[in-house]
Design a protein around this ligand. Structure first.
Ligand code: CA
Length: 464
């Protein structure tokens, strides 16, 4: 089954709804924290769907054309991974009309929206689990979960003992997805939100549902509701099992993020890095490689600027690589303006809407890369060919080759400027051809089957 055609052209923006924008203070919880307060595990800051609509011009100006929303269904938690009603928008975020309004404004501007599907487990306030707690053996839902014995202890301290919870957590009862009624409920949910206008699903911890038939049915249900729906699996490792016609179009490409950390923090050299990122390209079918979701940060990681120890130059270089490498690039809300934060909850700070608090240079860089990525066929689906990888100087140069154009991507991860002579003999570039930087004012001429290029320390360039 082919990957939806829009996916290769997508640039995603991930939004954590409680922290992006507060468009309607009337739906805030009474104990709402001030916008921008130090994030806590349990605090809400009032972000909602109306806020996203009100700030849509910001997203369009940045240039993104797809949004990945963290969970938006009824839940007592600020991240909403503890779902209590899969068919209801959390009232603190708005209602179904607000959801439709968001989808409308997005689709009017050719922006796709995918939702976070948490189908391995629910929150303990979910109606079926609540019924089991009340009625025990007599509950019609007792087989919806993995119950070992009654009475259930769902609120005492310690791990879940008498039923299965995600990572043993009492607050996250694991669904029994072998039960046809559970499947029906979850697959109805998957279909329902696609019918309401969502453009796909990002699946939370799908490998915890170790059942190929469930995912094959899931995919069938989703694509029958919308053949253009994108399915994205939260798989952190290289696991080809999960990206194919019976599972997901693409996976969250955390291995590329890890490789960039290792390169730019000096833990591996460029040849090692090159091998790792090129091996990823052959680990999956081509169509899935180009549908993997590329990221530098998420709600589950420290923010990119924090990961690179506050070094904006490294962040810019990492983004350059992300947008020049095969796959679907993404930005975690606020990373483009230099928001900082360690792991959860610090990486979930409220977006600061006062422009004087933004790193405008970084934002302009990201904006530039987004614009290039959307209009250059070689960056969208050109194939990657290595031209040079060297440890000293610490550089990696490759080409993205497309019938319409070839783009050279050059990365200098070293602490000193690098003067390079790069053979382009395999690229069918004519002698005398001038290659211009797409990001700056550099140009170079093909001479003797090679080009000369000087890269400043810790920098990169794109040439065509
Ligand atoms: Ca609000």
């Amino acid at each position: 089954m082919p990957v939806p055609s829009w996916v290769q052209r997508a640039v995603f923006y991930q939004i954590f709804p409680d922290r992006f924008a507060n468009g309607d203070p009337s739906n805030d919880p009474v104990n709402v924290q001030p916008w921008g307060a130090e994030p806590t595990y349990r605090g809400f800051q009032g972000g909602d769907l109306r806020g996203i609509i009100q700030r849509f011009d910001y997203l369009l100006d940045l240039g993104i054309n797809a949004i990945y929303l963290n969970p938006i269904f009824m839940s007592p938690t600020n991240h909403r991974y503890h779902t209590t009603d899969y068919f209801r928008i959390d009232p603190k975020l708005g209602d179904l009309a607000d959801f439709h309004a968001l989808i409308d404004v997005a689709h009017r501007h050719d922006v796709r929206v995918i939702l976070d599907g948490v189908f391995n487990h629910c929150g303990r306030g979910f109606f079926a689990f609540d019924d089991v707690m009340e009625n025990e053996e007599d509950s019609p839902y007792r087989d919806w979960f993995h119950i070992k014995r009654f009475p259930l202890d769902a609120y005492g301290k310690g791990k879940a003992r008498n039923y299965l919870g995600w990572w043993g957590m009492k607050k996250l009862p694991k669904f029994n997805t072998a039960n046809p009624q559970v499947r029906r409920y979850l697959l109805d949910c998957a279909r329902y939100w696609i019918e309401q206008g969502a453009d796909g699903w990002r699946l939370d911890v799908p490998n915890e549902i170790d059942d190929d038939s469930f995912w094959a049915e899931f995919r069938q249900v989703v694509t029958s509701a919308n053949p253009e729906a994108y399915t994205l699996g939260e798989i952190w490792e290289v696991q080809p099992r999960w990206a194919n016609a019976d599972h997901f179009d693409g996976l969250m490409n955390y291995p590329v993020r890890a490789a960039l950390h290792d390169l730019l923090l000096g833990r591996v050299d460029a040849p090692h890095f090159a091998q790792r990122v090129e091996d990823l390209l052959t680990a999956y079918a081509r169509e899935n490689v180009y549908a993997h979701y590329l990221l530098l940060g998420s709600h589950d990681t420290e923010r990119v600027l924090t990961a690179f120890e506050g070094d904006v130059q490294k962040v810019k270089l990492a983004y350059l690589f992300l947008f020049a490498y095969p796959g679907v690039p993404s930005i975690y809300y606020g990373d483009e303006i230099g928001l900082e934060g360690g792991k959860d909850p610090q990486c979930r700070r409220a977006f600061p809407w006062e422009p004087h608090r933004w790193n405008h240079d970084l934002r302009a860089w990201v904006q530039r890369l987004i614009a290039l990525r959307k209009r250059r066929p070689a960056l969208i689906d050109g194939h990657l060919r290595r031209l040079l990888a060297s440890g000293s100087p610490n550089v990696y140069v490759f080409a993205r080759i497309h019938p319409q154009e070839t783009i050279l991507v050059a990365i200098n991860a070293g602490p000193a400027p690098a003067a390079l002579r790069i053979s382009v003999q395999d690229l069918e570039l004519p002698e005398g051809r001038i290659l211009h930087s797409l990001l700056g004012s550099t140009e170079t001429v093909v001479c003797g089957g090679a080009v000369d290029l000087t890269l400043p320390a810790m920098s990169g360039d794109l040439l065509a």
